[in-house]
Write a protein of this length. Structure first.
Length: 295
């Protein structure tokens, strides 16, 4: 991979790892559902403003928008809601580690719906990932008295991401990536409006602190809009397989940011669980076996 794309890879890992830090700061003053709305709404406005630059039109047919509304629900509204509520209960580092299960859950969902072959390396990698989450859920709760509900919600978010992968493969394959990101964020914003009304979500009684406002803007602009663009750039220049290596780096970035900014502590149990998930991702990727065979 060229040096420029390696730099993009590490930048993307910081942006997505940083999202857990920004969430961890913001949920102390902002209701999780309101935070979901602010994230997707601001990110959608940024993406819409950039469409002329990329010379990408919005779809005009209702059927296409229905597909994007479903994608927005599965890829944004549901997982963001689970993650934001989870981070009221668990640390930034633990949330970022569990989120690394996303590619594993995606494979499991695709395999269950016969969209992915059950190759031995992917089955073994998935089992390692599930074992890693089990370790984090059970042993971390015993050692740190972490609320297991937070772990469960984080895991359910990765399951929703898995189903979004299935939906995208069946209904949105081949579409322009910038258009897809813009449309699903716009759809997510519209979905969240009735959600906020039906749940009687209240605005903060006082103006949020500067750190919270900055975190919301960073979460929406840097960790969502800019991260989407960078991810698609990475796929086009370095290939999808190399781009997915970011899933191995995000937990490291999230953990280091949690420790350095929020003074979180990380235990041997978290490291062990994270290693199981990370090794599972390497096994699913498959290139580790190719390297071993060459030697």
């Amino acid at each position: 991979m060229p040096t420029s794309q390696l730099l993009n890879l590490f930048t993307l890992s910081l942006l997505w790892g940083g999202s857990f830090l920004f969430i961890g700061i913001a949920v102390h003053e902002i209701d999780p559902l309101l935070l979901v709305f602010l994230r997707v709404m601001i990110a959608a406005l940024v993406m819409l403003s950039l469409l002329p630059l990329f010379k990408v039109p919005l779809p005009k047919d209702v059927d296409t928008w229905k597909k994007f509304f479903a994608m927005g629900l599965l890829n944004n509204v549901i997982p963001f809601t689970f993650i934001f509520y989870a981070q009221t209960l668990i640390s930034v580092s633990l949330a970022s580690i569990i989120n690394a299960m996303t590619p594993i859950c995606t494979f499991i969902v695709l395999a269950l719906f016969k969209e992915e072959l059950l190759k031995p390396n992917k089955v073994i990698g998935s089992l390692l990932g599930v074992l890693g989450v089990a370790l984090l859920s059970g042993l971390t709760q015993l050692a740190l008295h972490t609320d297991p509900l937070g772990v469960l919600l984080s895991f359910l978010a990765t399951v929703s991401y898995g189903f979004s992968g299935l939906w995208a493969k069946r209904h949105l394959a081949g579409r322009n990536s910038i258009q897809s990101a813009t449309c699903q964020l716009s759809a997510s914003s519209l979905i969240m409006i009735p959600v906020l009304i039906l749940t009687s979500t209240k605005l903060p009684e006082t103006l949020p602190s500067f750190s919270v406002i900055a975190s919301i803007l960073a979460l929406a602009v840097a960790s969502t809009s800019f991260a989407y663009i960078l991810f698609f750039e990475l796929i086009s220049k370095a290939g999808a397989a190399n781009a997915m290596l970011v899933t191995l780096l995000v937990p490291i970035s999230g953990t280091l940011l949690g420790i350095s900014v929020l003074n979180e502590t990380i235990t041997l149990i978290q490291v062990t669980g994270g290693l199981f998930i990370g090794f599972g991702l390497l096994v699913i990727d498959g290139r580790i076996f190719s390297l071993l065979q060459k030697k």
